[in-house]
Design a protein around this ligand. Sequence first.
Ligand code: PHE
Length: 488
Amino acid sequence: MAEEAILGHLEKNDEISDSGDFASQSGIDHNEIVNVIKSLHGFRLVDAQDIKREKWVLTNEGKLYAAAGSPEVQLFLAVPPEGISREELQRKVDPSVYKIGCSQAIKNKWLEIGKQQVSRKVQQVEDTAKDLLTRIQNEEALSQADIDALKRRKLIAPQTWKGYSVRKGPNYAPKRKKVATDLTRENLQRGDWKELEFKEYNFNAKGQPAEGGHLHPLLKVRRQLQMIFLQMGFEEMPTNNFVESSFWNFDALFQPQQHPARDSHDTFFLQAPSTTKMLPEDYVERVKHVHEHGGYGSRGYGYDWKREEANKNLLRTHTTAVSSRMLYLLAQKPFAPKKYYSIDRVFRNEAVDRTHLAEFHQIEGLVCDRGLTLGDLIGVLQDFFSRLGMSQLRFKPAYNPYTEPSMEIFSYHEGLKKWVEIGNSGMFRPEMLLPMGLPEDVRVIAWGLSLERPTMILYGVDNIRDLFGHKVDLGLIKRNPICRLGIE
Ligand code: PHE
């Protein structure tokens, strides 16, 4: 109806000079007129110019007085011609009517308010305030003095009125043709796309907010850990190969070939390609020798070391495989101290349960320098874990084939009120470092932990399958807060 009225009016007239007047003349709600103008303007059937007007509207208090009379008149009427005691008057009227009414009635010299008694000073009064408020409601013009008086009493407030003046636009037609917004399969099948008029693209329209690109909690925690390592001056190791040879994953780490972890029950071996092609031969010889006969002050394991076993490809079971490659590379150059870290995926042939998956992420850090001690390891771990919000640490002697001494790391968890194991650490053995060619006084302190453990604690996830894998609720990833390590 509004659309017909506007287009129809423009057919016979040059313009609608004021949408407000047009609305009251045509008896259509102004909001509806405005909506139609906006839509017609969008399709350029009309051109529209904004009109803004300041107008006065009643405040809640103003509305009250427009209906019930001003407080001064209400008070005056409550005073009988023979007068009334103050106490009784106060009982008769509302406290706010009494208070405001008194001050206005005194100002207008309507009432005599004595200590005990209140009496009329005039016979009759007129409710000017109420009249003025009614005139504002009817949108009548008032003198500036009257406006100021009402404004001062906070009975009226300014409001901006928005409307339009409207003329024919470049696409004007007395009736809007329905334009198509989409070319559909049906349009193509029926062939009616030839007759259809399509809505123009609005390249300035804002698109739907893009859904996607939410970071997984593991990625957020990984980022924070990366920042901690970088702040501590560590460099990232390249962890881009998930497939590793047994040599770098186990042998280089002085892990004997009959060690149970090297069993297919614990490790995923590759079928194709099943073996590695290239290993540094002279280094392989030294590794073989240290396994079989020892050296560098060690007795070795005294077994028959087999090259075929070292050649077997596997999915790396720990990122320490990367550390062994990096330390070997370091040993090929004149020695320089290094701090390395990595955070990436590892694989273990394990039964999946609430806390274990066959693949997870490992965080690994190592410091390589001359003369490092166990004290340095403890100090670095204190520094590292306190940046994660875990400052109470305890260490327990442990065993790894490649570290001596080795320590499990425990942290006191305020939420769980108990000590929880958070990682493993140690000093790499001379049987590992010396065959690589590192100088004799160089020590390497290192530690590792899973990325999943702190993430589960931080995000309150108690089943690892809710965090990682095909059963994860995508909503969890969309709603999760930015990771804030150390803030419980
Ligand atoms: N590689 C060990 C693990 O998989 C972690 C570790 C790294 C331990 C470095 C000591 C030194 O649990």
